[in-house]
Design a protein. Structure first.
Length: 405
């Protein structure tokens, strides 16, 4: 029997997963309470579920686990599996389900079906991304047929306050309130006869949260630090050159300066700044990209950065290809200048692109995965936005097409 057939016959669910969950549970609980001061609602029903959650912090999977009594198998980005021994250990202890970010990964769906048939509960963050704005991000419509294929009750899980306590673009947590728990159970019999469109609309509606507005207060001495990882649009000079320090962020091009308040409000210090919250600024940035005329940028780059480039070998390792590579994003391509050669990557050769963590960029090309990582303030989002804007133009979907989030 060849290795692939033997691997398929092995069970996904192992007794050790539940054992190590029980062992690690007290430590995870202490860690979550210490870092986020979160109140987690316990879900007493021990049934098997497909858990669908919004996504706000890097600890969201731990919050979900603390709500349920049984081990949960998470659908997670395959980048987690390219860190050598650490990845092997995570796989051995808890066996997450890898998925290629930004793609329709058939293997991931089949793996989920295996887990469901073996009696395991599955958790997924269908946004595929932590929110940059405080609002629930775009959810791919494939979530509906995926849910139907598993035939499990849906546990709708809500995380509140995560954007205030730990925004995706920040390295630091703030003092403030968080809570998490199951908000609703939708039985399989309730949704099995729905059309995919109806179920998709229901899931989007149930998961939607907007925290980019007034609410609780979140206090920090560095509340605006690294906001430039998310924001590149300036209402005064369009492509801004933002730099954050402490509670303020300033555009070096035009001098516009803004303060980020504990209420999550934005207050202009200098210059014309019309937005009261990051969610409004972020929406304006999306509108700016969607209306951007790419014609001048076939010859001249839109963005330039110095980055590290690696190839990701799924479930194994990362191979460094270049330490100080000059990345240029044009209207229809990426150019990677390694010093001794320039690699041109046409957008037509890229099947998907995604932001990993706070500011890493993965792109999938020729059945290979490449990762771009910049310095601390690197904005990966802007490069991905241009790629998807070009794709949307080719599809005639510039008004509503997703920009990757």
């Amino acid at each position: 029997m060849d290795k692939k057939k033997k691997k398929r016959k092995q069970k996904w669910i192992k007794p050790r997963h539940s054992f190590f969950r029980a062992m690690l549970f007290p430590f995870i609980k202490i860690l979550c309470k210490a870092k986020y001061h979160i109140k987690i609602k316990k879900h007493k029903d021990k049934r098997q579920y497909l858990i669908i959650s919004n996504h706000q912090t890097p600890f969201d999977q731990f919050f979900v686990s603390l709500s349920f009594k049984k081990h949960i198998y998470y659908v997670t980005n395959d980048d987690l599996f390219s860190n050598g021994f650490v990845s092997w250990l995570i796989d051995f202890l808890v066996k997450p389900i890898p998925i290629k970010k930004g793609t329709n990964d058939v293997k991931a769906v089949l793996d989920c079906m295996r887990v469901a048939k073996e009696g395991g509960s599955i958790a997924i963050f269908p946004e595929g991304n932590r929110t940059y704005s405080g609002k629930t991000e775009h959810i791919k419509d494939t979530i509906a047929p995926f849910a139907k294929s598993l035939k499990l009750p849906l546990a709708i899980y809500h995380i509140h306050g995560g954007y205030g306590v730990h925004p995706r673009w920040s390295d630091k947590t703030r003092k403030g309130k968080m809570r998490a728990g199951v908000s609703e159970i939708i039985e399989y019999d309730e949704y099995k006869n729905m059309s995919n469109e109806e179920l998709y609309s229901l899931i989007c509606d149930k998961l939607y949260i907007n925290e980019g507005k007034l609410g609780e207060e979140y206090h920090s001495k560095a509340s605006a630090e690294y906001l430039e990882r998310a924001m590149f649009f300036c209402p005064n000079c369009e492509f801004g050159d933002w730099h954050s320090q402490g509670n303020t962020i300033t555009c070096k091009k035009c001098g516009t300066s803004v303060k980020y308040l504990p209420t999550k409000e934005l207050s202009a210090i200098s210059g014309n700044f019309p937005y009261s919250f990051i969610s409004e600024w972020y929406d304006a940035q999306v509108c700016f990209v969607r209306s951007l005329d790419l014609t001048p940028y076939y010859e001249h780059p839109i963005f330039k950065d110095t980055v590290r480039v690696s190839e990701v070998i799924p479930c194994k390792k990362k191979i460094l290809l270049g330490e100080k590579v000059n990345l240029s994003t044009f209207a229809d391509r990426l150019e990677l200048d390694f010093g001794n050669e320039i690699k041109i990557v046409p957008f037509s050769s890229i099947t998907a692109m995604g932001v990993i963590g706070r500011n890493k960029l993965n792109y999938y090309s020729d059945k290979r995965i490449f990762q771009i990582k910049g310095e601390t303030r690197f904005n990966a989002l802007k490069h991905m936005n241009i790629y998807y804007h070009k794709i949307n133009i080719s599809k005639g979907e510039t008004e509503y097409g997703t920009l990757g989030l």
